[in-house]
Design a protein around this ligand. Structure first.
Ligand code: APR
Ligand code: PHB
Length: 392
């Protein structure tokens, strides 16, 4: 097989990139190690910045999002027993966010890809990337007992945090920055109406909690838990009881509980790879960087990477200019580090860090109090939450 761009990974990064390239007339094949059902079954965050909403529009996959997505103009932060609202629209110069699940985004992109007749190879085992330091790279994989080869011009490493692309980059050419947080998030999805029409981020003495949602009848809640906890230790009842204890009395009274559709624990990590380009291979999305989920920047950052990458590749094919691909890493990393900073800061501000002593909680409350007393403070939360502007 031959294609112009071989994309490794059919998560949001790979699927968005595939549609963008197709729209620009650039042929691409996606190679994914899991099944389609497995990829669709993963539950992840559900907040789209304007940049992601715009991209859904641009590639013509916004029909469901427009019908089912919920536009949110604010979020609430609960600390010191009181809820405080950040008017995102007012303090970000008119921007909002869209509540629409990553599962739905993935489904819409997969449908669009199928309708365009583009090739996606699922259940590809032992994927390898070759020759990206030459002008004729390739990707190979095992399927149905045989090894298949794809010759290509470029490889897009959209294969997430544990993929093969970053692992194949020469050790001497790559630098990795990492911070691991001393807790995880226990998430629960349920067909119950959200406790409030906006998201509530909770800083409580019992630990962080988040009240999120997927629709008017489906909720997503999270609890900060020790890394040693196992999902099996948490019955639905134990989850709801703990969540109620972390909420203010009014919210606790309104909480509607029900059976969990999904429950899982995710660790929290800040991670950045530099650079994001190795010859003719590019890393995009989780393959290049991870943010802790506080602020829901993961998918939105992935979207920016692939937007920059698609533009650079388009420029390469249309104008035979390498200027865009030469600048890919720098341009992405500039926005990535700012989102990393915000996600790290928001995580530090809202979670319990028992090892830091009691003073830490006092300092957090003072900072939160200050932020809500200052227009500059509210702007700093709002501007970052709705997403910083894209580079020209
Ligand atoms: N070969 C082929 N595919 C692979 C390989 C491999 N060796 N390793 C991983 N993959 C696939 C995974 O199965 C997954 O479907 O690559 C895909 C990567 O998808 P994601 O992990 O969703 O990463 P990305 O597309 O960059 O999406 C970023 O998803 O994880 C969230 O927080 C993240 O919201 C962000 C977004
Ligand atoms: C989610 O709905 O899963 C979600 C929302 C906001 C976050 C993180 C996760 O900051």
């Amino acid at each position: 097989m031959r294609t112009q761009v071989a994309i490794v990974g059919a998560g949001p990064s790979g699927l968005f990139l595939g549609q963008l390239l197709h729209k620009a007339g650039i042929d691409n094949i996606i190679v994914e190690r899991r099944t389609e059902e497995y990829v669709l079954g993963r539950i992840r965050a559900g907040i789209l910045e304007q940049v992601a909403v715009d991209l859904m529009e641009e590639i013509g996959v916004s029909r469901h999002m427009r019908a089912e997505g919920l536009v949110h103009e604010g979020i609430e932060l609960l600390f010191d027993g009181q809820r405080h609202r950040v008017d995102l629209k007012k303090y970000s110069g008119g921007k909002t966010v869209m509540v629409y699940g990553q599962t739905e985004v993935t489904r819409d992109l997969m449908q669009a890809r199928a309708e365009c007749g583009l090739t996606t190879v699922y259940s590809a085992d032992d994927v390898e990337v070759h020759g990206f330091d030459t002008s004729s790279p390739g990707v190979s994989y095992l399927k149905d007992g045989a090894r298949h080869q794809i010759a290509c011009d470029f490889i897009a490493g959209c294969d997430g945090a544990h993929g093969v692309c970053r692992a194949s980059a020469p050790k001497a050419a790559i630098r990795e920055y990492e911070k691991v947080y001393p807790f995880g998030w226990l998430g629960l999805l349920s067909d119950t109406p959200p406790v409030s029409h906006e998201l509530i981020y909770v800083n409580s003495p019992r630990g962080f909690a988040l009240c999120s949602q997927r629709s008017l009848s489906r909720s997503r809640y999270y609890l900060q838990v020790p890394l040693t906890d196992q999902v099996g230790q948490w019955s639905d009842q134990a989850f709801w009881d703990e969540l109620r204890l972390r909420l203010d009395p009014a919210a606790a009274a309104r909480l509607v509980t029900g059976a969990s559709l999904e429950k899982s624990i995710a660790p929290l990590r800040s991670f950045v790879t530099e650079p994001l380009r190795f010859g003719r291979m590019f890393l995009a999305g989780d393959a290049g960087h991870i943010v802790p989920p506080t602020g829901a920047k993961g998918l939105n950052l992935a979207v920016t990477d692939v937007k920059y990458l698609a533009t650079a590749l388009e420029e390469f094919y249309a104008e035979r200019s390498a200027a865009g691909i030469d600048d890919y890493s720098r341009k992405c990393l500039n926005r990535i580090w700012k989102a990393e900073r915000f996600s790290w800061w928001f995580t530090q501000l809202m979670h319990s860090f028992p090892a830091e002593g009691e003073i830490f909680g006092k300092l957090q409350t003072a900072e939160l109090d200050y932020l809500f007393s200052s227009e500059a403070g509210l702007r700093t939360i709002a501007e970052n939450y709705v997403g910083l502007p894209l580079a020209a």
